[in-house]
Ligand binder design. Structure first.
Ligand code: SF4
Ligand code: SF4
Length: 251
């Protein structure tokens, strides 16, 4: 990979913690050490800036985000992004992992506010939704950006994006058809889904009355489907977002 002359090359490494204890709870014993070994090998081959760390925010690991940023900076990786666990699939009931609570996000914000060096590191390296939400930001102009990042499952189902695993809107049997055929079949389904996504801020009653309606616009349709099986439901991070939006950044 080091010899590839491809500016778009990005290598995502998935961290579920900044320590072996938290990461291995999800990934299995020894996984964190292997992950670090892989990261250092990439850095050693001159690919550190190509590494994009993705960290799944969970109740048991959220407080490790500052530590993760320091780890990433020490390794010399290009970027860090995080996203909250969706309570579905293997993360559903009975699982040892769960999404963070709103209070945990507030404590995380306090840590960033109390540490200017950490905030500067964040601005240079990372994107954490909760830290971005409270900056307010411009009104959200587009609903979903379907098809920019389509997701093909191992079972041969093509979904319009990585977070929207809604079977009624999936193209099936991908291993027996061309990608062009699959996109032609998916386009009308995803067009309907996009129209639904655009209607969400107005049709979901809670969103219609929400102070965050213009910037959040109902959040992510895929997360709503994953967490409660409905397209016209608020994003599952709604409570956290509402808690955080009342706390503007101090720096
Ligand atoms: S479902 Fe969520 S992740 Fe997918 S395009 Fe829409 S907002 Fe983005
Ligand atoms: S914060 Fe919650 S209620 Fe408000 S727009 Fe977003 S999903 Fe809807």
């Amino acid at each position: 990979m080091g010899e590839l002359d491809f500016p778009g090359l990005s290598i995502q490494l998935s961290f579920d913690g900044a320590t072996a204890a938290t990461h291995d709870l999800v990934r299995g014993s020894g996984a964190f050490d292997q992950l670090l070994h892989g990261a250092r090998s990439l850095v050693g081959a001159g690919l550190g800036r190509r590494i994009a760390i993705f960290f799944t925010e969970m109740a048991h690991n959220l407080e490790e985000i500052p530590r993760l940023l320091e780890l990433a900076d020490g390794l010399g990786v290009g970027s860090v992004a995080t996203g909250a666990l969706v309570l579905c699939g293997r993360a559903s009931e009975g699982s040892p992992v769960s999404p963070p609570e709103p209070d945990q996000y507030l404590r995380l914000l306090d840590r960033f506010d109390a540490d200017p060096a950490l905030s500067a590191l964040y601005r240079r390296l990372a994107k954490v939704a909760a830290l971005e939400w409270r900056r307010g930001g411009a009104p959200r102009e587009e609903a979903c950006t379907f098809v920019e990042n389509p997701y093909l499952s191992a079972a041969g189902k093509l979904y319009p994006c990585v977070l929207c695993h809604a079977d009624p809107y999936a193209v099936t049997g991908l291993f027996d058809k061309s990608l062009a055929e699959a996109f032609a079949e998916g386009a009308p389904l995803w067009s309907k889904l996009l129209q639904a996504s655009e209607r969400r801020p107005e049709e979901i009653e809670k969103c219609r009355q929400c102070s965050e309606r213009l910037t959040c616009a109902g959040g992510c349709l895929g997360r709503a489907w994953g967490s409660c099986g409905e397209i016209m439901a608020p994003d599952d991070r709604c409570q956290a977002r509402l808690a955080v939006s009342g706390r503007p950044p101090t720096q």
